[in-house]
Design a protein around this ligand. Structure first.
Ligand code: LMR
Length: 395
């Protein structure tokens, strides 16, 4: 039976994890997969999560099914976390999913039921798994201009000009914050313009929000979505708790649907639940239970917010240090953009030859194109070694 298959290439980010593990060099540096690390190179369980786990362990009385939409308190909590005090939250429905990627897949399958003729437009570049997920759902995909590869900033004029040509036959994927892979953020005024164009021309916004709290603050990182909410009739959001709660392996995510009216949002919800039932039936409960308990227990929530702030500050501080070290070593401002980016990633725009040289000659593991996870840099020593390696392969 299976001999009919052609072998398929491994996902480049997942492949890099395996290559890094196998590398015996003691000084190896992992700036590959998007996993937060502390100054010792560990990805610890957050204290708030640990406390919540203990509480759940002591009080949970059953492992019976929860339901197709998962935990409804978790779903409401996610609506509140993303939309804050927004006054038309009655138009939003949320469904718990297995991770942010599960939300992307479910939303795509749901949208394909009514919008199979539409094209999904992603930023150039975008996360390597976006297009495979959309294509698997059946969509045609295209890209709009995003990153200026010289300045490493967003080409907002070109992007907006492309989006102004899109309309009723299009779906536009936007990164809510902390753009993956580039690290370059849309300005608040560009969000306003995107929202105006969507409202005027009818393209449908589809937002991936995987890093809320890793950029500037929980509220600021959701501002783009809130701007869209003010102006468009409907949209969807795929949210993840992998990074901001450090719950990677627990697979905690949420698919959110904004309808023109509450009734329209109910229709989206019933359709996405049908898709969930025929995909995996019910989402895993443990991680969402933790998020719900943390967010609705004031002491745990305060502890989580403090830990998240510490993580964000480490990223911001590493960004500054990396820029400073590179400026000093090269006597140029070439790498200053690292400080201005937000989230875990910066795309350094390296050739395949350069990323291979980083890996083979310097034991530095970066994703294709030179995407680095800045939180992967452990200490001053690693920062220096990374800077030296980068200078060596780029000069
Ligand atoms: C990443 O971009 O490294 C993360 O989102 C992990 C993944 O699944 O690719």
């Amino acid at each position: 039976m299976f001999s009919k298959f052609e072998p398929t290439p491994e996902d480049p980010i997942i492949k890099l994890v395996g290559l890094f593990k196998k590398d015996p060099r003691p000084n190896k540096i992992d700036v590959g997969i998007g996993v937060f690390k502390d100054n010792d190179g560990n990805t610890p369980i957050m204290e708030s999560v640990r406390l919540a786990e203990t509480r759940i362990h002591e009080t949970q009385t059953t492992k019976a099914y929860v339901g197709l939409a998962g935990d409804e308190n978790f779903n409401q909590t996610m609506i509140d976390l993303i939309f804050g005090e927004h006054d038309s939250k009655d138009r939003i429905r949320a469904v718990q999913t297995p991770g942010g990627c599960g939300a992307l897949r479910l939303l795509s399958d749901m949208l394909f039921r009514i919008a199979s003729e539409r094209t999904i437009w992603g930023s150039d570049p975008t996360w390597g798994n976006h297009y495979p997920v959309f294509r698997q759902a059946g969509f045609n995909v295209e890209s709009y201009p995003y990153l200026n590869r010289e300045t490493k900033t967003v080409k907002e004029d070109e992007m907006l000009s492309k989006l102004s040509q899109l309309g009723q036959n299009d779906i536009v994927l936007l990164h809510g914050c902390c753009h993956n892979p580039s690290g370059a953020e849309l300005s608040p005024s560009a969000w306003e313009e995107v929202a105006d164009l969507a409202a005027k021309n009818g393209f449908f916004p589809y937002v991936d929000l995987a890093y809320q709290g890793f950029g500037n603050s929980l509220d600021q990182d959701a501002q783009g979505i809130r701007t869209l909410m003010d102006k468009v009739e409907s949209m969807v959001i795929a949210a993840s708790c992998s990074k901001n709660f450090g719950l990677y392996r627990e697979r905690v995510g949420c698919a959110l649907m904004v309808g023109k009216t509450p009734g329209e949002a109910d229709l989206a919800r019933s359709n996405i639940l049908t898709v969930a039932r025929s995909s995996y039936s019910m989402p895993p409960d443990h991680g969402a239970g933790l998020v719900n308990l943390i967010m609705n227990t004031p002491s745990l929530r305060a502890s989580w917010e403090a830990e998240l702030t510490e993580m964000r500050n480490r990223i911001l501080s590493l960004r500054k240090q990396a820029s400073d070290v590179l400026r000093e070593k090269t006597n140029s401002e070439r790498w200053d953009f690292i400080e201005h980016h937000r989230g875990m990633f910066s795309l350094l725009v390296l050739s395949e030859e350069q990323t291979n040289a980083l890996m083979h000659e310097h034991a530095v593991y970066a994703v294709a194109g030179g995407r680095i996870n800045i939180a992967g840099l452990r200490n001053d020593e690693q920062l220096n070694a990374f800077a030296d390696a980068l200078i060596s392969v780029t000069s």
